[in-house]
Write a protein that binds this ligand. Structure first.
Ligand code: MG
Length: 173
């Protein structure tokens, strides 16, 4: 079985548009100092954006298909801005999956510093994470709703990994 790490925001759940909308409502722009956003996220009620309504392209059912395939040893690997955000994510994921490891990464720390990336797959929507993953010997797969590859292998549904990796978890093409 090949190790597979699945990002949360923008892959499992469509949290980003709502988060950006709420940032904007508060008059915070992405050009503002990082500390402004950090303060916003520390107070933010993440249970508003982490709920079934925002499941991205049938991700929960797709992950169940991946589990059934027995091709991957699956973990979630997600950046968090605050402990509160982490708690909401764990609660949500545990409601759907009893046996998948959940790894929360403090914002500002590379995902490659938290887990051993070599020969493991990372599905992520953020190119910065994918670049680091490739650089450290991992297999980077971009998740994009519009199948925008940005130079990476790309999927818009998690069950498409079953077309990309064979029964041993080896890359098909
Ligand atoms: Mg993401």
């Amino acid at each position: 079985m090949r190790r597979l790490y699945i990002d949360f925001d923008g892959v499992v759940m469509d949290t980003i548009p709502t988060l950006y909308r709420d940032l904007e409502k508060k008059g915070i722009s992405l050009d503002d100092d990082e500390s402004v956003r950090t303060a916003f996220f520390a107070e933010y009620d993440f249970s508003q954006v982490i709920k079934d309504k925002y499941i991205l392209n049938d991700s929960i059912n797709c992950i169940n298909k991946l589990i059934k395939s027995k091709r991957f040893e699956i973990s979630f690997l997600s950046h968090i801005n605050s402990l509160r955000e982490g708690t909401v994510k764990i609660r949500y994921l545990r409601r759907h999956f009893k046996n998948i490891t959940i790894i929360l990464v403090p914002k500002g720390v590379s995902k490659t510093k938290m887990v051993h990336s070599k020969d493991a797959i990372l599905v992520d929507d953020f190119s910065g994470n994918l670049r680091e993953w490739n650089e450290t010997g991992g297999i980077a797969v971009r998740f994009s709703k519009d199948l925008e590859s940005k130079g990476y292998k790309v999927i818009d549904r998690l069950d498409k990994l079953l077309d990309m990796f064979d029964k041993n978890g080896d890359l098909i093409c």
